[in-house]
Design a protein. Structure first.
Length: 241
């Protein structure tokens, strides 16, 4: 099938967020292990990142592991941690060549050392790239991100660098992981679930939501294009007429 070009869309979002959900159900459907489902999901991930970059969309935020996902079995968490290493080992060269700038959203300190180092290295290596902003949320929670911002702002007030009266919406935005990036325009959650599950709470204030039924490992570039088309035909009012 022909790949769609940017010009074939009436308009494109500047920032797309994706909650990659349904790996477990996909595995169950195929009588495979849950870790196998997650591995299959990384194939989708590769394709969606490439296509987003080819379309020239400015920012892509992917929910890979939430602060709540630690409650899963040791085996599953271990498999997800291994996938993080495998993903960066196989993708980092191409992403860097594509001029993609990687940013990890979330608390890296709670991750095992190898994962932490891999993620920090990916951020360092691509830090000066000027292409697609690829945000990968790992050990991320929207509420934790807001609490972190509040702490940083409070420190500045305490030290006298900032006056409490000066704190506005922009101050908060500037202390989020996504500082300097546009708000989310389009949020896609696969697998038919219709909730945010603590993802980008602040950044999604005026996002358009699209909920394809497809499970993440089955999600194709064509499904993604359909979501982009839905977005293009949504009327955004931002509270106006
Ligand atoms: C999403 O797939 C990936 C992660 C949470 C890491 P799930 O594992 O949540 O898949 P379902 O919801 O059980 O189908
Ligand atoms: C959200 O999916 C987190 C990721 C996709 C990484 P979950 O499957 O963990 O969310 P809930 O539990 O269905 O809300
Ligand atoms: Mg799920």
């Amino acid at each position: 099938m022909e790949k769609r070009t940017a010009e074939s869309f009436e308009k494109l979002p500047r920032h797309v967020a994706v909650i990659m959900d349904g790996n477990g159900r996909w595995a169950k459907k195929h009588r495979l292990s849950v870790p196998r489902g997650h591995r299959q999901g990384t194939e989708t991930l590769r394709e969606i990142i490439r296509h987003t970059d080819d379309l020239g969309i400015g920012a892509l935020s992917l929910y890979a592991f939430s602060t709540e996902n630690w409650s899963r079995s040791e085996e599953e968490v271990g498999a997800l941690m291994q996938l993080i290493l495998d993903f960066f080992a196989s993708e980092i060269d191409e992403l860097d060549e594509r001029n993609v700038r990687i940013l990890i959203l979330g608390e890296k300190d709670r991750l095992p050392q190898r994962q932490r180092e891999t993620l920090e290295e990916a951020e360092r290596r691509t830090g000066n790239n000027t292409g697609l902003r690829l945000n990968i949320a790992i050990n991320y929670g929207g509420r934790a991100e807001l609490a972190r911002a509040a702490r940083m702002i409070a420190e500045k007030v305490k030290s006298g660098a900032l006056a409490a009266e000066e704190i506005g919406e922009e101050t908060l935005a500037a202390h989020l992981y996504t500082a300097g990036q546009p708000d989310v325009d389009l949020l896609i959650r696969t697998s038919g679930e219709m909730r945010l599950s603590n993802f980008l709470l602040y950044q999604c204030a005026y996002a358009e939501f699209v909920f394809p039924e497809t499970l993440w490992p089955d999600f194709t570039v064509a499904d993604y294009d359909r979501a982009l088309d839905v977005f293009a035909h949504r009327q955004r009012r931002f509270g106006g007429r």
